[in-house]
Design a protein around this ligand. Structure first.
Ligand SMILES: Nc1nc2c(ncn2[C@@H]2O[C@H](COP(=O)(O)OP(=O)(O)OP(=O)(O)O)[C@@H](O)[C@H]2O)c(=O)[nH]1
Ligand SMILES: [Mg+2]
Length: 406
């Protein structure tokens, strides 16, 4: 049997672990600090990292940013000690990777305990791969919210491989199961988890989703992330429907240290958006993040509202919206999948943010969404804090989920 994908992924992350014991200690210290200290400190650190990595050479905004947070030390390094700069760059990159993996590991611990430990038990329980084994496996995967159709296809493929490769020991199947799950997600496609930015004009990102899924929190997290990458960000309070929503967003904007635009409750969201974008352009923002109401009475209302908002953006911005991100609560299972299908019908969803992955033992929804809805998951939320958001990366996800199993 050739080396499985999971082994490769595991080796990839393992070898970086071995090389970097010192860095790991540093990162652990960082983590401890970030749990206790207010966000300000973490932000500054991230900003400094990002600046030293990429922005210095490439981004035109650097001058502005340098005014706000001068980094004389880094500039010296850039000009006079290119070798050292490379070293710093490499170490920072490793450090970032490490941090990301840790967020995945921590955030997926519930899924790991639930679904993955059941898989491990299954392997111990059966001496041979039998029909009962497959039935039980099927049940575990369905319970993990992978979705019935996806599971059926998956089991068929697995049975095929078992037959062709003459496998009959369940422990040999563990790795194949992980590989096949990975294949479901990747499915020969080029996956993009990158945010699409408008090259010509200001970038406008709409956040949609039913109430309570985590739209507002996600906006804060993404604002925080973009700000740390050197972008000037404005949040626009397009949820004028729910009492308190505007104030809630305003508070997040203050905490993240980004611009905010909002009007009175019950104002037409499109008019807020219109004025917000004009204001954002006036003060030189790069990105506008738009909160929207989740609880409009029915689908037609919601569709009309989103269409109106899209028209406003098209009027003011070359190329219209850069992204419309659908926010889904990972704990809602099939319901979440249905939301994705419904939203897909009423507007052009360009990516999905899966929130509350830390609170569910059913991490399989990532695979189900990909298979049943066909829209890429761009981010996952793994906690309530501003830092608890990562770009979705299937390799880190698989590693975070299965690392104890092999
Ligand atoms: N554990 C966890 N909680 C989260 C995550 N994302 C959001 N939440 C929590 O979910 C709750 C709802 O979040 P909001 O951001 O207000 O959700 P919303 O979609 O804007 O809700 P409405 O404005 O009422 O439609 C809050 O208590 C958040 O702290 C996450 O990734 N993990
Ligand atoms: Mg909200």
């Amino acid at each position: 049997m050739t080396m499985g994908l999971f082994s490769k992924i595991k080796e990839m992350f393992k070898s970086s672990e071995d090389e970097e014991e010192i860095i790991e200690e540093e990162v652990q210290e960082d983590d401890e600090v970030s749990e206790e200290e207010p966000e300000g400190i973490v932000e500054e650190e991230t900003e400094a990292e990002e600046t030293s990595e990429e922005e210095v050479e490439e981004e035109p905004e650097v001058e502005e940013k340098t005014e706000e947070k001068p980094e004389p030390v880094i500039e010296e390094v850039v000009e006079e000690k290119p070798v050292e700069k490379k070293k710093v760059k490499k170490e920072k990159k490793k450090e970032d990777k490490k941090k990301d993996i840790k967020i995945y590991e921590k955030g997926l611990s519930k899924s790991r305990e639930g679904f993955v430990s059941k898989l491990a038990n299954l392997t111990n329980k059966y001496k041979k791969v039998t029909d009962e084994y497959f039935e039980e496996l099927e049940e575990i995967l369905i319970m993990a919210d992978i979705g019935v159709n996806t599971v059926m296809d998956f089991i068929d493929r697995l049975r095929d491989r078992v037959r062709k490769e003459h496998l009959d020991d369940p422990s040999e199947l563990k790795e194949i199961i992980v590989d096949e799950l990975f294949i479901i997600y990747v499915n020969d496609e080029i996956l993009t988890n990158k945010i699409n930015f408008n090259e010509e004009d200001i970038s406008v990102i709409l956040f949609v989703g039913v109430n309570g899924v985590g739209k507002t929190t996600t906006i804060a997290k993404i604002a925080n992330k973009l700000k740390s990458e050197g972008k000037k960000v404005m949040m626009v309070a397009g949820d004028t429907f729910r009492a308190g929503a505007i104030e809630q967003l305003h508070e997040w904007a203050d905490r993240a240290g980004v611009e905010f635009y909002g009007k009175e409750e019950n104002t037409d969201p499109s008019s807020v958006l219109y004025d917000g974008i004009e204001k954002a352009k006036e003060i030189g923002c790069d990105v506008v993040l738009v909160d929207t109401a989740g609880r409009l009475q029915n689908k037609v209302n919601l569709m009309n509202e989103l269409e109106k908002m899209n028209n406003v953006v098209s009027k003011l911005v070359e190329g219209g919206c850069s992204e419309t991100l659908l926010v889904i609560d990972a704990g809602t299972g099939q319901n979440g999948i249905n939301q994705a299908k419904a939203f897909k019908e009423i507007t052009n969803i360009t990516g999905i943010v899966l929130t509350k992955m830390d609170g569910t033992a059913k991490g399989g929804i990532v695979l189900a969404i990909k298979e049943e809805v066909g829209i890429p998951v761009k981010f996952i939320g793994l906690g309530e804090r501003m830092e608890d958001l990562v770009s979705f990366d299937i390799e880190k996800y698989i590693y975070g989920l299965f690392k104890d199993m092999m």
